[in-house]
Ligand binder design. Structure first.
Ligand code: 13P
Ligand code: SF4
Length: 301
């Protein structure tokens, strides 16, 4: 393993490359990353890098956003098929229809979406900043795309606004069953439930804490409790165990994002050697998608 890590370090120096990784990728990939975080942190970091090459250990929408924020850098997604299914769960035609129906409407686009959707939106959000960003908008009506679960979570905290919902969901989080949570609670009565807002409402209703992946990690570290059921993707377990060797974390075995797991140490090394597959985006599309991303970074400050 040491040899592999040395090879990655050598390639990074040779190619003037930096590795960004989401908490959902495999632990060994997180180990070679220069920056690890949730979607919000990674999008912020992407605006501050000096290296010429960004290797993004994550899925399409993350690497695409990094490229939009850094049009002059080479952005590499080690497996170009690593795609988020939710990113496609609304259409630009639906957005246009809502714009026709409502005068005072903001299209709020979860960052887990294609660039075509971002380009038609007013502002992007991540799970870490959605409430803050939506609260800051002047509009009465909010069309929140694509995730229905995050939309409802945000709407509950901003009752003064009118939300229009879309039927998108994350296949990993949406199948988190309330029955499973209850079973674990029965087995460990003192367990704390930490959930990502992409989970269904009934699961969120059982949670002691709801937040982004970074939020969950920070909460668990600061907590005096020692047993946690983590209702999000299993990759988060790597950091949780590193930070809290004496605490117990339970994950649902089914909570695995197959697309995030396509990024392996081997594919990272291969992509550093070949500087491929490179993210390539139409310039006009990139300019349009930049606006809502920049607005998010501005409003979330
Ligand atoms: P966060 O990184 O905002 O916690 O989102 C989780 C997710 O599903 C990323 O794909
Ligand atoms: Fe998409 Fe869900 Fe995977 Fe995140 S965990 S990349 S939302 S499918």
């Amino acid at each position: 393993m040491e040899e592999i890590f040395e090879r990655v370090a050598q390639l990074k120096a040779e190619k003037n490359a930096v590795i960004l990784a989401h908490y959902y990728v495999n632990g060994d990939v997180q180990q070679v990353a220069d920056y690890i975080g949730d979607s919000y942190y990674l999008s912020k970091v992407a605006t501050t890098l000096s290296e010429k090459v960004i290797v993004f250990a994550g899925v399409n929408f993350m690497a695409d956003s990094a490229k939009v924020l850094n049009p002059d850098k080479k952005v590499i997604l080690p497996d170009s098929t690593a795609d988020c299914p939710m990113a496609h769960m609304v259409t630009t035609a639906q957005i246009k229809k809502v714009r026709e129906l409502y005068e005072d409407v903001a299209i709020v686009c979860y960052i887990n979406s294609t660039l075509e959707l971002k380009a038609e939106s007013d502002v992007c959000v991540t799970s870490a900043n959605a409430v803050k960003v939506v609260k800051a908008l002047p509009n009465k009506n909010i069309f929140f795309i694509p995730d229905k679960n995050l939309a409802h979570f945000v709407a509950e905290q901003i009752p003064e606004k009118h939300f229009i919902y879309n039927e998108g969901y994350c296949p990993v989080h949406n199948y988190m069953a309330v029955k499973y949570v209850e079973e674990i609670k029965e087995k460990y009565p003192d367990i704390k439930i930490l959930a990502h807002p992409e989970c269904p409402r009934q699961v969120l209703a059982q949670a002691d804490y709801i937040g982004s992946t970074s939020g969950i990690i920070d909460f668990a570290k600061a907590s005096k409790d020692t047993k946690f059921l983590i209702c999000t993707e299993n990759g988060v377990g790597h950091k949780l165990q590193l930070d809290n060797p004496d605490k117990m974390f339970i994950f649902n075995d089914l909570s695995i994002c197959q697309d995030m797991k396509k990024i392996t140490l081997q594919s990272v090394i291969k992509s550093l050697e070949s500087l491929a597959p490179e993210v390539e985006i139409d310039l006009e599309l990139s300019k349009k998608a930049l606006k809502p991303l920049e607005k998010m970074l501005e409003l979330a400050k």
